[in-house]
Design a protein around this ligand. Structure first.
Ligand code: ATP
Ligand code: MG
Length: 381
């Protein structure tokens, strides 16, 4: 009997001829997450990870690999009823059940030559478990525990208990630039796009000396947290101060925030052109603040030369907070910090900027040189 971890993947199965590409990325991402520990093999549309050592930690890491829908410690045994039964017993024992629990045994037979059919196998193993564990009760419709048996050349026995995060493997959806502030929203937006397979470049705008080293540390920490979810690319930092100082001279205060956003998009465009990134991602949510009304979103959106994605657009703040807590970025995000835009924030920002008006204000000054300079001096952290 040997111990391994059975990795199930979801949506990937639907991707027809792209399937092998998806699985290759998924494997790459798994190896990256586990930093060379153990061995990854694939058999018949299943991935296996050997062995179980440090199981808890490995399972937790795998539960953050997008594309996986289930991560189950499993037993590989000979295709033999005694061995299967023993493996099932071991797996149930490990759950250490204290209270009455319902269960069901489900069998799949890839090898039809096995002398019992799936129903018979499930029934026999189920009966055996009932005898061994008085806490267990059968419920075939809505069981708390599903003991799964797969009969191939060998047999695999596992309990489908640890869900994976779902989604698509990071990198299968192309590359995109994430505008990452130190706030609650943008890390969550990044997480949502990682989940859909986008290989993200985190891009931060800082305003030294108005923003300090601690603000940057905070963003670095957020990047570390997103790395736990498969982020691969390094953080890039733009010195935004020269542009902001120019804006303050040239632009009516009420329009400052919206102008800063527009400059961010312009810079992201320039970077995307160089790096081949195919989208820009922000943490904006409709109506959350003055700069996120539909008019404000239009004023920034029209400038994007690649799709501008706002995965949080329809979420309430509380829903975003719940997600931030779930993915582990919340505690970092709520640390006090100075954001480049807060430093220069106007008292009464325009809430419904009319695009033509915004464009007219901008016409009066030349900022192209400063944008180019900001991109040239970008800092890789
Ligand atoms: P967040 O919590 O992500 O900061 P927010 O609700 O505070 O969002 P804003 O501060 O108005 O909203 O920012 C809107 C979006 O603009 C952010 O979600 C982020 O994508 C981008 N952004 C804002 N400030 C920065 C910055 N300093 N660096 C990079 N991107 C930024
Ligand atoms: Mg913010």
């Amino acid at each position: 009997m040997s111990d391994l971890i059975l990795l199930r993947y979801g949506e990937l199965g639907l991707k027809g001829h792209n399937r092998s590409f998806f699985i290759k990325k998924l494997k790459e991402n798994i190896r990256r997450m586990l930093k060379g520990k153990g061995k990854l093999t694939s058999v018949h549309g299943r991935l296996f990870f050997h062995p179980w050592e440090m199981e808890r930690e490995i399972v937790e890491n795998l539960q953050r690999v997008f594309g996986l829908v289930g991560v189950s410690p499993a037993k590989e045994v000979e295709a033999d009823m005694d061995e299967i039964s023993f493996a099932a017993k071991e797996l149930i024992s490990r759950l250490d059940l204290k209270t009455p629990t319902t269960f069901k045994v489900e069998t799949k037979r890839a090898d039809k030559s096995f002398y019992l059919n799936s129903m018979e196998i499930s029934r026999d193993i189920g009966a055996n478990l009932l005898q061994l564990f008085p806490q267990l009760k059968v419920d075939v419709h809505n069981p708390e525990i599903r003991v799964r048996i797969e009969i191939r050349k060998k047999a695999f026995v596992y309990i489908a208990d640890n869900p994976g995060p779902g989604g698509l493997p990071v990198g299968t959806g192309g590359k995109g630039i994430l505008l990452l502030s130190g706030g609650i929203d943008s890390p969550v937006a990044g997480w949502m796009m990682l989940k859909r397979g986008i290989d993200i470049l985190p891009l931060h705008f800082s305003s030294p000396p108005y923003t300090n080293e601690r603000s940057l540390e905070k963003v670095k920490e957020l990047v570390r947290e997103l790395k736990q979810w498969g982020l691969k690319r390094p953080l890039y930092n733009v010195n935004f101060t020269p542009i902001q100082e120019k804006l303050i001279q040239e632009v009516p205060g009420d329009f400052l925030t919206i102008m800063m956003r527009r400059m961010m998009v312009r810079i992201a465009n320039k970077i995307a052109e160089k790096t081949g990134d195919k989208c820009i991602i922000t943490g904006e949510s409709l109506g959350q603040v003055a700069s996120q009304t539909i008019e404000s979103l239009q004023s920034t959106g029209v400038l994007a030369e690649v799709p501008l994605l706002r995965p949080l657009i329809g979420l309430d703040k509380q829903e975003i907070i719940n997600l931030a807590q779930k993915i582990g970025t919340y505690e970092t995000s709520i640390q006090p910090h100075e954001d480049c835009c807060q430093v220069f924030v106007p008292n009464h920002p325009v809430t419904r900027p009319i695009l033509s008006e915004v464009e007219k204000i901008e016409e009066k000054f030349d900022f192209e040189e400063k944008l180019i300079e900001a991109v040239e001096k970008i800092e890789r952290l």
